[in-house]
Design a protein around this ligand. Structure first.
Ligand SMILES: [Zn+2]
Length: 312
């Protein structure tokens, strides 16, 4: 099951919202994927979806929560790999007009898109509206793969208003145009988790957070291991070079001329090629920078006698 299906199944199965919110949710659904047809029998409203849970929810919202008779049909699209789709229909002029009025639509098709006032009044209803839009046209990618959530609408001004609703919760989203449609998308994993809570997908959000935490732990462990590897590598380059100029000083008979402090550092390095600067400093009971200073002196003396660092 895709993560989108999981989110939609969870939200479609929840009926523990406030009564005021169901109309707002239905408004979001109809505004996004509803179609009004005109025939000799008058107006009728059709809402199509490929998700059976969403279809069932739309049917129950209209027939049980709003109290208007609706029908549900199954259609098999022969063109597209026999994909099943579901259609919820409100038939007859009277029922259709009644429903459209209830969701704040006096005329159809809409000339310009404005989210109805009744939806915007309460925050619970605003969230329910977003849930409706997501159930209608939303998708969210599996957090194991990537962080992406999107909703599609036809109207540019609808997309802008959805963006404003998200902004009230400090959920940052963007809009791009795709095939004549407006795509509102979220890329930030925090924003996606917040949005899932907003629309009531609490279990999906928990799974999302777990996957995200696990991914971040693995990333962190990898980063730390890479840092360790880089440090070890850097350390061994430094040690190789120190050994190189100390041996050079020996070969040129310069060793015997060194101060006892420099001899001490040089001897210790030759005896402990694998140790870090910190470990050597601890053995001598001096600071790391004091020891570093001694190695710099040794290097300088070697360079004065013609030693050159090897390129590696
Ligand atoms: Zn409400």
């Amino acid at each position: 099951m895709s993560f989108t299906t999981q989110v939609k199944e969870e939200t479609s199965g929840r009926w523990d919202y406030r009564e005021c919110c169901y109309k707002a949710e239905l408004t979001g659904l109809i505004d996004t994927i509803g179609n009004v047809n005109i025939s000799s029998q008058g107006l009728s409203l059709h809402i199509s979806t490929q998700n059976p849970h969403v279809a069932r929810r739309i049917y129950r919202l209209i027939s049980e929560k709003i109290g208007i008779e609706a029908k549900i049909y199954t259609r098999t699209e022969t063109r597209l790999l026999k994909k099943q789709s579901f259609q919820v229909a409100v038939l007859g002029q009277e029922n259709t007009v009644k429903l459209l009025k209830l969701i704040g639509r006096e005329s159809w098709p809409l000339e310009t898109y404005i989210i109805p006032e009744s939806v915007l009044e309460w925050s619970c209803c605003r969230n329910a509206y977003l849930r409706g839009v997501f159930l209608a046209s939303g998708s969210v990618s599996d957090p194991k793969k990537s962080y992406h959530l999107e909703m599609i609408t036809h109207w540019p001004e609808h997309a802008v208003q959805i963006l404003a609703l998200l902004d009230r919760h400090e959920i940052k989203a963007q809009i791009i145009e795709r095939k004549n449609n407006q795509v509102i998308y979220l890329k930030d994993s925090n924003a996606i988790a917040d949005f899932l809570v907003l629309i009531g997908a609490v279990n999906a959000m928990l799974e999302y957070e777990n996957t995200r935490a696990l991914k971040e732990t693995i990333n962190m462990a990898n980063r730390m291991r890479n840092c360790d590897l880089a440090n070890t590598e850097r350390q061994s380059i430094a040690s190789d070079q120190q050994i190189d100029y100390i041996e050079f000083l020996h070969s040129r008979g310069e060793y015997s001329k060194l101060t006892s402090a420099l001899k001490e550092a040089a001897d210790l390095r030759l005896l402990n090629p694998e140790d870090s600067l910190r470990e050597l400093a601890e053995q001598l009971q001096i600071s790391k920078s004091a020891l570093n200073h001694r190695f710099r002196s040794l290097k300088q003396k070697a360079q004065e006698k013609g030693w050159e660092p090897q390129q590696r």
